[in-house]
Design a protein around this ligand. Structure first.
Ligand code: ATP
Ligand code: MG
Length: 249
């Protein structure tokens, strides 16, 4: 692995890049995943690489949704497994939601690698051998487990493609999406959209879950409007851009 000086101003960002590159070599991340990450980084940059207040609110509501769900499931792809395997395992154990490996660029070998990576980091319930399909979806993401996504009432997704978010919604599921791009179809379609980096979002959801009881969870969900929250996130980006303009002169 390339040495990244710890005092480098973009240390964290560079570390995550290194980790993704390592995981490409191990067959966990596909090359297309690196491109997706780059798009995410660009949005993260104009958010100031921080969890903005509307993201924190959505993360709290995500914790609430997971708490109130009958059968929550956490959908995992190559990038998320590479970036935050330990945190995904912890969220899974905390909420009782299994981790389900769901891939756009699916091969059985890669799915198995991702599953063992998650297990190595403490995950107890990992579903990675789908035996049924989501209707109305043609990509490899249609392949799901009947004990997982197929039966779930609430699904947490990250770095998702809009097609599957729409398909899950058509099936009447509630979708929590973590996506740095507030303009993606996923962001516009989900019930709870978190405009934040997964590396910050998942630890935040864990923290909120631990702090919350069921009455507070119900109240958080009741008061939440995804439309308002999404608008607030975009306003933050606008504010950041305005500040950058004023710093120039
Ligand atoms: P859609 O199909 O929903 O319109 P898209 O085509 O923009 O979305 P994809 O390329 O299919 O999206 O998936 C990548 C998405 O994940 C991008 O929107 C990107 O901003 C986001 N993303 C990438 N890395 C991260 C990350 N670390 N945390 C959160 N989101 C990320
Ligand atoms: Mg897409």
């Amino acid at each position: 692995m390339t040495f990244v000086p710890p005092d480098h101003p973009r240390f964290l960002s560079l570390m995550y890049r290194e980790r993704l590159v390592e995981k490409v070599k191990e067959g966990v991340v596909v090359l297309q995943g690196l491109i997706a990450h780059g798009r995410g980084e660009a949005f993260d940059y104009i958010l100031g690489e921080q969890s903005i207040p509307p993201a924190l609110e959505a993360e709290r509501v995500a914790a609430a949704e997971l708490m109130l769900a009958r059968r929550p499931v956490i959908s995992v792809n190559g990038n998320t497994a590479a970036l935050i395997p330990r945190e995904l395992a912890e969220l899974s154990k905390l909420t009782g939601a299994p981790l389900e490996v769901n891939l756009f660029y699916r091969s059985e070998e890669r799915a198995a690698r991702i599953a063992s990576l998650l297990q190595m980091h403490g995950a107890e319930e990992v579903l990675w051998e789908p035996e049924t399909e989501i209707e109305g979806l043609r990509s490899e993401r249609r392949k799901v487990s009947s004990r997982g996504i197929a039966a779930a009432d609430v699904v947490l997704v990250a770095l998702e493609d809009g097609d599957r978010t729409e398909a899950l919604k058509r099936l009447g599921k509630r979708v929590i999406a973590i996506d740095l791009n507030p303009f993606s179809r996923t962001s516009l379609t989900a019930d709870v959209t978190i405009i934040d980096n997964v590396v910050r979002a998942v630890p935040n959801i864990i923290r909120f879950y631990k702090e919350m009881n069921e009455a507070e969870a119900r109240e958080a969900v009741r008061r939440f409007s995804n439309e308002v929250n999404l608008k607030e996130s975009i306003k933050w980006i606008k504010k950041w851009l305005d500040q950058k303009i004023s710093e120039l002169f």
